[in-house]
Design a protein around this ligand. Sequence first.
Ligand code: 4NP
Length: 159
Amino acid sequence: MSVNVLFVCLGNICRSPTAHGIFQQRVETAGLSTLINVDSAGTGDWHIGKGPDARAAAAAARRGYDLSALRARQVSAEDFAQFDYVLAMDRDNLRNLSLIKPEDYSGRLDLFLHFGPYAEVDEVPDPYFGGEEGFEYVLDLVEAASDGLLKDIVARHRL
Ligand code: 4NP
């Protein structure tokens, strides 16, 4: 049985593709890519079919992550049937996901940063309307939470 992880933000062009690419790399490095599937989606529909934001892709590439193959899609209620972890970047995303979550969902719908090491920050701020430093901050937060998430999955699912 594989473990399926879905990262969700608003547009699926900045934060969740960044999480997708970074966590995928962590999974591959750990030799777990046949056991852990990774995907990302947005609550909004504006960017469906588009690749990641150029600023997010460039910032990720500077740290060695290739986001170029990713394409934006919109999250749907059907995703809850497939994904064991549905991880939101901020409370707004989490609220919108809660509205479409089937009542019998038995997986984990949560804020992604609840797997991170920071007690005082639990949201990945939207970098879309800001400057370069916002994209670097997204990378810092996502790298830290990805390590925590992988540890949690490995322990919980005895991988
Ligand atoms: P994301 O960033 O949710 O991290 O992908 C955004 C991308 C696009 C928009 C907002 C946030 N937008 O308003 O188009």
